[in-house]
Every structure is written in C-alpha cells, then in structure tokens.
Design a protein around this ligand. Structure first.
Ligand SMILES: Cc1cc2nc3c(=O)[nH]c(=O)nc-3n(C[C@H](O)[C@H](O)[C@H](O)COP(=O)(O)OP(=O)(O)OC[C@H]3O[C@@H](n4cnc5c(N)ncnc54)[C@H](O)[C@@H]3O)c2cc1C
Length: 508
C-alpha cells in the first residue's frame, strides 16, 4: 500500500508538538510546526533570557556567527520581516564580496556585486530576535529550565510524548521528578549532545550509524571596540584558508558598533588563548591586515576558545525501524565544522523541509520516513563540502576536482563570475564541481596578470590615502567614531543600539 493511500490523521486537529531545545534548530522547527499543529511547546534546559543573553546550552554563541545567504533567506520565509527586525536590533547586512575585503585561496577578490550577502550579529542577539517572534505567537509556549530525559512510546512504532524534569535548586539532585508531556509530534533539536540514539535504544530501536570526521580546526574569538576615528571603506574582513595554509580569520561588525574577530586554526595547533597570542596569530596569517586592524582596537572581553569541532552525521534515514511522529534536526542530525558557517543554514533548511512536508502530508502515517529521507538529502551537500577537502581525496576525479577548484580560485581574483562561483561553493549553494559557463570560461582562460597582492581598499593597505579621521572626505562604510573603551550607541532598539548608518560606498 502506498503511503498516500494510508494517510490518516491521528487526532481531530493536528494536536500538540514538542520541540526539544530552543537554539537555532529548535526555534525554526517550532515556527514550522506552529504553522500546522494546534500547539507547540519548546522545552529548554536553560533559563531563557528576555533579550540577548548568555546561555550555558549554547557555548558557541561567544564565537563569530554569520547568517549566510540561504540562512537569512530561509529565515525570512519562516518569519516574514525577520531581516528587518534583525537589522533594527543591530545586525549588520554585508553584501558579499562588495562590502568586504576577502582574501580568497589565490588572492584578493574584486568587490563585485553578486546575489550573496550575510547578516552579522552576536549569536545571542540572533536567537533573541527569533525567540521574541515566537513568544508573540499564541500557539507557542516555552518550557524553560526543563530537561527532556526520554521518549514515551506509543502503539505501532510511534512516539506519543516526552519525559521531562524541571529544575529545582532545593532538591539534592537539582531536579523535580520526571513527568510525561504528551505530544502528537516530537522534534529533537538538542544539538551535538543529543541523546536521541540512547532514547531510541531504550525503546528497542537500533542506534543510527554515525559518520564522524575530525576537522582538526579550533577557534579563538574576541570582541573589540574599533580604534577611535576608525574609517574604512569595507565592513568586514575575511581571510580564507588556502591549500598551503589552513588558517582562516574573520572580522565582522556586530551590534553596538563592535568587531567580532575569530581566528580558526586548522593545522592541528591550538588556538590562541589570550590577546597577545591572538595578535601574534593574526600577524602570522596570509596577510597582516587583521593584525593591523586589531592592534589599535580595544579588547572588550576575554579570548574564548573552542577546541576541535568534529563533523558528525547521524544516518537516521538508513534505519528501517523508526518511531513515527519523531524527528531529529539541526546539529543533533548533522553537525559540520563551522569553518564554512553552515550550521544555522542547515537548521533553517531542516525547518523549511518540515514546513513543506507537513503542509503536503500532515502528520500522516509514514511522515517521519519521508522527513528523514528529505532531511538526509538536504544536509548532504553541506556535509560533503565540509568533510571532503579536495586535497585529501585520491583518484583521477578528485585530482581534476582539485585542479578545477584552484583554477576557479585563481580566476576569482579578477573575474566576477568566478568570484561569485567561489563564494557559492563556499556557502554550499553550488557543489564543488559546479560548472557555470561564464565562470568556467574564466577558469580556463590563461591568466595575463598576477593576482592582486593588496586588498581592494582605499582606506587600508598600500592604496590607502591619508585622511582626517573625524572628517572623512569620501562617504565611508563601517565607520566607527566611538570611544576607545566603549562603543557609542547610535539610535535605539529593543536590544541594541542600531548600527551606524552606512553612507554611500565608493567603489575601490
Ligand atoms: C565556533 C563556532 C562558530 C560557528 N559559527 C557559525 C556561523 O558563523 N554560521 C552558522 O550558520 N553556524 C555557525 N556555527 C554553528 C551553529 O552554532 C550551530 O550549527 C547551531 O547553533 C546549531 O543549532 P542547534 O539548535 O542544532 O543546536 P545547539 O545550538 O547546540 O542548541 C541545542 C539546544 O538544546 C538545548 N538542550 C540540549 N539538550 C536538551 C534536553 N535534553 N532538554 C532540553 N533542552 C536541551 C540546549 O540547552 C540548547 O539550547 C558555529 C559553531 C561553532 C562551534
């Protein structure tokens, strides 16, 4: 019997859904479910702040987070108007590579227009703005300081709820007794540390096979107030890894006029742990511009480090027996090394798949089977591009792939189509072997000029003109004239001062 022929609704309405975890995957899944179910409860182990605030459950929030093109476009589909809300709250919109100085694997990219952009903000702010949207939805309830500990099985391979325990600091173990929260649909969005394999094993299901690969990358991040009178004709700096240098670094503007700076060390060495080491590490990168920028900036807090982040994919789609009405999304399903900034994109894509399939099929028998397959398909490109560095794979095909990648990277330093393709590939919008005719032509054309060694900027690098810091002669972007110790608020918002208005940009 086909799945369609067996379509049965399990309740009069669509009932109650539970989402485990209220980080990016949980918030976006809750939005998708709220479009279909009668009620959604988001269960979160942490206390949830009003507005942006640190949480133990999301330690990576201290590191630079960019909401890449597919992520903010998908988010806009789920929460219409959310980009406007994020920008009002202080997120900075950055066109790629127009608003950036971007050192690609073979040299600086020209600042040409493409269809790519990112939103840059502190991770706590991103979550807070989305959380506020959900709080305003009468269908959605947050159950904070509650931890899910098990799934409740139902008849014929179904899940009919979760067992959760609330925090109680007066109890010796810190928790209240476990209680059952019934649900017609359960989504696990509890991140890399997801206990879903153990919960399923308790119910007699096979654990999923896992693919794990050590990325060898560790991260160091800190915030800065830009130097007094800082003027730049770019908003962001990104030094990509190159075949002979796996280190990369980013300087992104975030709310409050601050800079979030991350250095990713991909050669197995440890990431810098204090400001002096970070400055030294910045000086040892492929170009000294990051060091020059942060040398006179004011650190606004400690250097946070994150050890090696492995790639981990759980093959839930391969399991033959599986409880219907249960799904695993986000990092709990596929956690990729953050070096490409894919994690939030994958979370949003999981939510869009959920939205699409629930709208098409409802919570019919077999929906989890469809969803598991669709999600595996969705996460595959990011997983493959994250885990298969072209240098590592043997064989003719990969040699050709490597050759093609290096031709695209070289052409990207002069040709806008090749530059766009390189960035598409970096964001997994195009597969590594994508052949775009105009980019291909540029990649095959013999190079007549060497790649530019200086950043395409009139304010920084060898082409920089001396200018009076407080009265720029040309309108500039990414301008900060705040005090050295504390970024100066400009405008106001619920969470953070609005970003300084960007003036007109002068093409370098
Ligand atoms: C250094 C670094 C930099 C990154 N930079 C980027 C970037 O620039 N762009 C990008 O897109 N991605 C980036 N990422 C990836 C991104 O942070 C993650 O992909 C994203 O947060 C995944 O979200 P998630 O909701 O799946 O899981 P998580 O963010 O891990 O959240 C899991 C949530 O579940 C809760 N929870 C866990 N267990 C339970 C339980 N039993 N009961 C109730 N609640 C529970 C936790 O408290 C937490 O709130 C970066 C990651 C790192 C480490």
């Amino acid at each position: 019997m086909s799945l369609d022929a067996r379509v049965v609704k399990r309740s009069g309405g669509h009932g109650h859904a539970v989402v485990i975890g209220s980080s990016f995957a949980g918030l976006t899944a809750a939005r998708a479910l709220a479009g279909f179910m009668d009620r959604v409860t988001v269960i979160e182990r942490d206390w949830l702040p009003r507005g942006p605030g640190r949480r133990r459950g999301v330690p990576q929030a201290r590191h630079t987070h960019s909401l890449m093109t597919a992520a903010h476009q998908g988010l806009e589909q789920l929460f219409p108007g959310i980009r406007r809300d994020l920008v009002r709250a202080g997120a900075v919109h950055i066109r790629m590579p127009e608003d950036m100085l971007l050192l690609g694997p073979a040299g600086w990219l020209p600042r040409v227009p493409t269809d790519l952009s990112m939103l840059s903000a502190g991770r706590d702010l991103l979550d807070a703005v989305i959380r506020d949207r959900l709080r305003a939805d009468p269908k959605v309830t947050f159950l904070q300081e509650n931890e899910v500990v098990a799934l409740e099985p139902g008849p014929q391979d179904t899940v009919t709820g979760v067992w959760a325990r609330g925090r109680n600091r007066r109890e010796s173990d810190g928790w209240n007794p476990e209680r059952l929260i019934p649900a017609e649909f359960v989504v696990d969005a509890s991140g890399r540390g997801s206990q879903a394999p153990e919960w399923l094993a308790e119910l007699g299901y096979e654990p999923p096979a896992e693919s794990v690969a050590d990325s060898g990358t560790s991260y160091a991040t800190t915030l800065y107030a830009p130097p007094v009178g800082h003027v730049a004709d770019f908003k962001s700096l990104f030094l990509m890894a190159a075949p002979d240098d796996p280190r990369q670094a980013v300087l992104n503007p975030v709310e409050g006029g601050r800079w979030s700076v991350t250095i990713a060390v991909g050669d197995g060495t440890l990431a810098p742990t204090d400001h002096a080491e970070l400055l030294r590490a910045a000086g040892a990168l492929r170009h000294p511009l990051l060091r020059d920028l942060i040398e006179t900036a004011t650190p606004l807090g400690p250097v946070y480090t994150r050890g090696r982040t492995d790639h981990r994919l759980r093959h839930y789609d391969k399991l033959r027996r599986w409880p219907d009405q249960f799904l695993v999304v986000g990092d709990a399903l596929a956690a990729v090394d953050p070096v490409h900034g894919h994690g939030m994109t994958l979370a949003v894509e999981c939510a869009l798949v959920l939205d699409r399939l629930l709208t098409a099929h409802g919570t019919a028998v077999g929906i989890s089977h469809r969803l598991r397959r669709a999600l595996a398909h969705q996460v595959a490109p990011a997983w493959q591009s994250g885990t298969r560095p072209p240098q590592a794979a043997p064989g003719l095909r990969s040699r050709l792939g490597r050759r093609y990648a290096s031709r695209v990277a070289a052409a990207a330093t002069a040709d806008p189509h090749a530059a766009a393709l390189l960035l598409h590939q970096h964001q997994s919008l195009d597969p590594p072997a994508a052949l775009r005719p105009r980019a291909l032509r540029a990649a095959l054309r013999p190079r007549s000029e060497p790649a530019p060694t200086a950043p395409p900027s009139l304010t920084h690098g060898p082409q920089a003109r001396r200018r009076r810091p407080t009265a720029p002669t040309a309108p500039a972007i990414g301008v900060s004239t705040g005090s050295a110790t504390r970024p100066r608020p400009t405008g106001s918002s619920a969470h953070w001062p609005a970003a300084a208005p960007a003036g007109e940009r002068r093409r370098p």
